[in-house]
Write a protein that binds this ligand. Structure first.
Ligand code: CA
Length: 232
């Protein structure tokens, strides 16, 4: 099991520490940067699943950091502002931030926003289009939508429709975290009734058919606090 990686860019040590502890408790792995220049360097190292970005930073402002990150990534970004920073907030959204929170905030509220941002960002999670019949091949697992066929190391694997759709979505977004909400919404939509275990059951079946050791999965990994990720 791996944790969702959050890059916290915050120059006030007390805030950075509170986030490290608070988000850590919620199951996230927190990496920190204390200024804008460090933020960009850390971003490349950490490859975070989400960036929490203070607006007022030494060396390079949060706005500029956001602009730079957007040139290379569609990672969800939440800006953090102090009271009275409304202008920065608007600019932040214009340069590609997904949401903002105002200090002081509660960790619980922040976590809810984090999940909402990941859900709401459809362009960050392109579902395979119905008509997209291009075969996908990731690390020995090949899925051919046109022929409705899956092979693992050349050997055919039989998958029922929902397992096939779920795998298609995971493979098409390999290397990226898909939240539970996104997976449920894209694969089941309104057909998803009641039991939230349905997704986990399907993931378990896929692992049983694809993983070398299903009890220790390396292809479909659980990202604690967020969802699932197919290893690229
Ligand atoms: Ca600051």
């Amino acid at each position: 099991m791996s944790d969702g990686r959050i890059l916290v860019v915050e120059d006030e040590p007390s805030y950075a520490e509170a986030l490290r502890v608070g988000l850590g408790r919620e199951g996230f792995r927190v990496e920190t940067a204390a200024d804008g220049v460090e933020a960009l360097a850390r971003f490349d190292e950490v490859e975070p699943d989400l960036v929490l970005l203070d607006v007022m930073l030494p060396r390079l402002s949060g706005i500029e950091v956001c602009r730079q990150i957007r040139k290379r990534s569609q990672v969800p970004i939440i800006m953090v502002t102090a009271k009275g920073d409304e202008i920065d907030t608007v600019v932040g959204l214009e340069v590609g931030a997904d949401d903002y929170v105002t200090k002081p905030y509660r960790i619980r509220e922040l976590v809810a926003r984090m999940h909402a941002v990941m859900r709401r960002r459809p362009d960050a999670v392109p579902a395979p289009a119905e008509h997209d019949s291009a075969a996908i091949d990731v690390g020995g697992v090949r899925l051919d939508p046109g022929e409705h066929r899956v092979t693992r190391d050349g050997i055919e694997v039989t998958l029922p429709l929902k397992e096939f759709d779920l795998l298609h979505l995971l493979l098409a977004n390999a290397g990226r975290v898909l939240t539970r909400e996104t997976l449920i919404d894209r694969v089941w939509g309104h057909d998803y009734v009641g039991d939230t275990k349905t997704l986990d059951v399907h993931i378990k079946r896929l692992r049983g058919k694809l993983e070398a050791d299903p009890s220790n999965p390396t292809l479909i990994t659980t990202i604690r606090g967020l969802g699932y990720k197919y290893t690229r």
